[in-house]
Every structure is written in structure tokens, then in C-alpha cells.
Design a binder for this molecule. Sequence first.
Ligand SMILES: NC(=O)c1ccc[n+]([C@@H]2O[C@H](COP(=O)([O-])OP(=O)(O)OC[C@H]3O[C@@H](n4cnc5c(N)ncnc54)[C@H](OP(=O)(O)O)[C@@H]3O)[C@@H](O)[C@H]2O)c1
Length: 326
Amino acid sequence: MRAAVVRAFGAPESLTVEEQPAPAPRPGEVVAEVLAAGVNYADLLMVAGRYQVKPPLPFVPGLEFCGIVTSAGAGVERWRPGDRVMGAPLAGGCFAERVAASAQHVFPAPESLPTELAAQFVVAYGTACFALKRARLSPGETVLVSGAGGGVGVAAVGVASRMGARVIAAASSADKLRVAVAHGADATVSSTAETLRPAIADLTGGRGVDVVLDTTGGRFFDESLHCLARGGRMLVVGFASGTLPRVPAEYLLLKNLSVIGVGFGGVLAAEPAAVEATLEEALALHAVRPFTAEIAGRFTLEEIPRALRRLADREVVGKQLVLPRL
Ligand SMILES: NC(=O)c1ccc[n+]([C@@H]2O[C@H](COP(=O)([O-])OP(=O)(O)OC[C@H]3O[C@@H](n4cnc5c(N)ncnc54)[C@H](OP(=O)(O)O)[C@@H]3O)[C@@H](O)[C@H]2O)c1
């Protein structure tokens, strides 16, 4: 099979496409043909050797996929060849024609979920749904989403809107904000403005938002913490800006705020059943009002460096996919 391989940590351009033996399933694993794989910000970090998990070299990146099971290892009862699944193997490997994954890290991809949505459902939609559940979001509350034109951001806008929240999208360009509105945002703010506070005060009658879902960290975190209403919740999802924020504890006390860490990857590793329950909740929202995939580009294995470069340069609106047989 063909696979994109990292032989040394570095820039996206260091990835090469190679012929490799197709994986055979070990006990407890399945092997699937990859129909589409989502490109995540974490792939960029992993290729650079800057992710929490540093895989031994060489490795095939790619954290999530939608595909068809081709074989199942000893002890796997749940999956059979021909099953359509979506999955997030802990070791990555999805930027290839075939991928091996623990049977616990693949989930049913119902017919109602198009392949291009299923290829981003576990990480982007799963994380968004898990995060908003952690915030105990109630219908009628207001949620501010940063990076709202990115992969997790678009998913978070769609999930929050289906949970009955009023959604304010923050992003750095008019195109990203337009996409967020198309996916359910009720209002928008520019994340490049000097300060967010006057715009959020205007949009909330001076009250502030109930929940912030932050994928970027840095200045946005600092600003949006001050945009929370009393009793508000800050969801710490990611640090795409590259700057880790620090929490001023005295301010939390003053306004009864909560800062909530969201680590969906850790849940996948430790409690796959909780991931499946989260995906079922996201699928229940999809059944009532279907999500649509916001596809920013479809790439061959050879074109992955270009996709990763666009992500690093903040050019992506929506989600990029790798189609190994394109
Ligand atoms: N905690 C979890 O379980 C979990 C799960 C999945 C992802 N994540 C994290 O969530 C974040 C978003 O992931 P994603 O896959 O949705 O990424 P993405 O599609 O690239 O979106 C990230 C967004 O961050 C914004 N951004 C701000 N500064 C940036 C910079 N210097 N470089 C690149 N982007 C910048 C961009 O929006 P603007 O240009 O509009 O600012 C961009 O749209 C990442 O930090 C990722 O690691 C966490």
C-alpha cells in the first residue's frame, strides 16, 4: 500500500509517500481501507515532533478516518469485513491506503453520515460535543467559539447551535466568519480586534457570555475570560496560537468562573466507551438537524505537505481531507 511517512521530525515538506506492506491486524485490532482522512492541527504538531505524543520514527501520521473494514484480528467480535467505520487510532496512521486500529477506537459510521463528514466526526465533532457537555450547556445560553472557521470551530458552532445555544463566532477573516454563520452562528466578532469586550458587551446587553469554547489560547483566552458572565465557563480546547495562557485565579473567584480542561484524546485512550457515548450524542443531534461537511480541500497523499502548510498559515476555512485513492 501507499502511505505518507515521517522519517525525521520537521516541516510538512519532509513527508514522503512510500510503498509499504499493508498492515495485518494484531489481536484486538481491525484493518480498514481509508476512504478519507481528516487533517487536524495536531497532525502538524506531530509531524514537527511538537505534539504531546511523540511517535517513534518512522511513522505514518493521520489521526482520524472513515473507511471500510477489510480484516479483523483474533478476539474481535464487533467488526467484520465490509463494515463502514470511522475511527481515531491512537498511533495515527490514517494518511495511508490502509490503517490498523484497536477495535475499541473505531465506531460505526451510520449511512446517514456522508464519508466526508465521518472522516472528521470523531475528532472535530466528538471534541466539540464532549466539550459542551463538560460545560453543561443549557438551551438559551450564549456560547463564544474561537477559531470558528477551523475544524473544531465549525463543529463547535454546529453542535452548540443544535443544543439550543445562541452562538457567537470569533475568527480572523470574513470568509471564516461567513462559514461559521452558515453552520449556525447567530452573531460574529473579529478575533483580530484590539479587544473583544465592547463587541461582546454589545451582543449580550452587557451581561457577557455563559460559555467560551477556546481552540486558540493566547490573547483570545485572556480577552474572552473577561467576556464571561458571572458563573461562566471557559473550555480550554487548544492553543493553535502557539501561546499557552495563564489563569488569573483571583478573577475566577470574583465572578464565580470555571476553567474546564477538555482533553478528548485522553478520553479516547482511557475510556473508549465514553467516546462512543459522546459520538452517539453528536449523531442524535445530526439525526434531528444534519450537520454538513465544510470541505476546505481534498488532497492526495502526495499533496499532504501542502495541506499542512495551509493549516500552519491559517489559510484553511473548514476542514481539509486526504483521499488516498484520489
Ligand atoms: N482538546 C482536545 O481534545 C482537542 C481535540 C482536537 C483539537 N484540539 C486542538 O484544537 C485546536 C484546533 O484544532 P483544529 O484541528 O480545529 O485546527 P484548525 O482547523 O487549524 O483551526 C485552528 C484555528 O485556530 C486559529 N488560529 C489562531 N492562531 C493561529 C495560528 N498561529 N496558526 C494556526 N491557526 C491559528 C485559526 O483561526 P483564526 O485564523 O480565525 O484565528 C484556525 O482556524 C488545536 O490547537 C488542536 O490541537 C484539541
